[in-house]
Structures are given as structure tokens and as C-alpha cells.
Design a binder for this molecule. Structure first.
Ligand code: AP5
Length: 212
């Protein structure tokens, strides 16, 4: 099964994925995580994308499709429950993905939209802190580590993502190019909407229900 996670920056896509991978055997691919790894390991593409991503802008469609396609080709969609987080992010990308899935005759796709208000997004992203080792995200108020500033799982020293200092740019990009996907998938009668302002455990439970 392919499960597409749609939602604004900070809607909780990464947090929900982390729980589903840990306890329910899902596989999680985030285009954002892949780009951040490229930046960290200073690959030529990572160096090229660094400023663009940290300033909150979107990566071009060609590069993103290369990353998404490679992910899909290396996955066994018939056996795995693969979460695709961060792709597609505009109508063009959605059409590319649809064409690819048609070409391999794959139909078992769920599209989940995690709905949150702008106010909540701002609060979540300004308080988000990340582990540099495992990539787990925490929040200063909502998801605190056991020891302040330290990852529960591996002792990594938590840091703030640079693009979390450019939240407004990301929200604007989201509203302009990603939000139209909601109508796109609604018209295809494929959209599952989940209230992402509930507590994390309830959101995970709801996600499990709709993907069972
Ligand atoms: P990406 O990494 O995908 O960033 P994003 O979509 O902005 O999503 P986030 O990771 O910010 O948020 P999230 O929804 O995962 O929230 P989280 O779970 O951490 O992309 C980064 C960049 O890569 C893009 O800006 C772009 O440049 C590029 N890119 C990637 N894909 C692309 C594409 N297809 N096309 C073009 N460019 C692309 O939660 C946020 C915080 O809230 C955390 O602190 C968490 O602890 C807390 N929290 C989560 N859920 C709850 C809850 N229910 N209650 C309370 N707190 C909660």
C-alpha cells in the first residue's frame, strides 16, 4: 500500500510516521529528510539545495521527482505499507505520480490530509527541536524529552531546524502550491481527512483505522 501524507508544515506528518514505523511496521520516506541528509553529507546536490531549503523555498519538480521515483522503485508497494511524506507537493507532482502508478498498474493508494490551523502550525514549528542523530522531533511544550535538550533514544543534543526560522515563507508556499492538492484529490474522491489537532496517540489510532 502507498500512503500519501498531505499537510501543512508542522501538521505532524513526521511525528505520526515515526510512531507508525516504530510500532506498526510501516516504512517512511520523507523527501524533506532525504534533502536534509544530502545537505548534511555535503553532496553536490545537497550543497546546491542548502540555502533554498533553509530559507523555506521549495525544490524544483525535476529534482524532487528523481528522489521520489527512486524511492518508489526501491520499494515493494505490494508487500509494504509505504508512507510518502512530502510528495507530491503541487498538482504537477501529483500528476507525475499518478502517471507513474498507472504505468505499473498500482491502485492501492490512500491519501491522508492532516488538517491543522495556521495558529497551531506557528506554535508547533517555533517550538520544534530535532535530534541530529536519529531525526526524531520534539517540542518545547507539547513533546518534551525526558532530559531537557537531549534525545530520549540516543542522547543527541537537540537543535532547531534552520527552516523553522523561516516559517512564514513555508506557509505561503504551502498555501499557494500545495493546498490546491486538497481539491485535486477531493475531486478524485480519494481524500481522507484527519483532524491533526487531536493528541498524537489519537491521530495515530485514526491513521491505523483508515490504513487497515
Ligand atoms: P519537509 O521536511 O517535508 O517539511 P514540511 O512539509 O515543512 O514538514 P515538517 O517536517 O516541517 O512538518 P511535519 O508535518 O513533519 O511536522 P512534525 O511531525 O515535525 O520538507 C522540507 C523542505 O524540503 C521543504 O520546505 C522543501 O524545500 C523541500 N521539499 C521536500 N519535498 C518537496 C517536494 N515534494 N517539492 C518541493 N520541495 C520539497 O511536527 C511539528 C512539531 O509539532 C514537532 O515539534 C512535534 O513534536 C509537534 N507535534 C506534532 N504533532 C503534534 C500534535 N498532535 N500535538 C502537539 N504537537 C505536535
Amino acid at each position: 500500500m502507498l500512503i500519501i501524507f498531505l499537510g501543512a508544515p508542522g501538521s505532524g506528518k513526521g511525528t505520526i510516521s515515526e510512531k507508525l514505523v516504530k510500532s506498526h511496521n510501516f516504512k517512511h520516506i520523507s523527501t524533506g529528510d532525504i534533502f536534509r541528509k544530502m545537505i548534511k553529507s555535503k553532496t553536490p546536490l545537497g550543497n546546491k539545495l542548502k540555502n533554498l531549503i533553509e530559507e523555506g523555498n521549495l525544490v524544483d519538480d525535476e529534482t524532487t521527482w528523481e528522489v521520489a521515483k527512486e524511492t518508489l522503485e526501491n520499494s515493494d508497494l505490494k508487500k509494504e505499507k509505504l508512507i510518502l511524506d512530502g510528495y507530491p507537493r503541487n498538482i504537477f507532482q501529483a500528476k507525475l505520480l499518478r502517471k507513474y502508478l498507472e504505468s505499473i498498474n498500482f491502485k492501492n493508494v490512500k491519501i491522508i490530509y492532516y488538517n491543522v490551523s495556521d495558529k497551531e502550525i506557528l506554535e508547533r514549528l517555533s517550538g520544534r527541536r530535532m535530534c541530529p542523530i536519529c531525526g526524531k522531533s520534539y517540542h518545547l511544550k507539547f513533546v518534551k524529552p525526558k532530559v531537557k535538550g537531549i534525545c530520549d533514544d540516543d542522547g543527541g543534543e537537540l537543535y532547531q531546524r534552520k527552516d523553522d526560522m523561516n516559517v512564514q515563507v513555508r506557509i505561503d508556499a504551502y498555501k499557494e502550491v500545495t493546498e490546491p492538492l486538497i481539491d485535486f484529490y477531493k475531486k478524485e474522491k480519494k481524500l481522507i481527512i484527519i483532524d491533526a489537532e487531536m493528541n498524537i496517540e489519537d491521530i495515530v489510532k485514526k491513521t491505523l483505522e483508515v490504513t487497515s
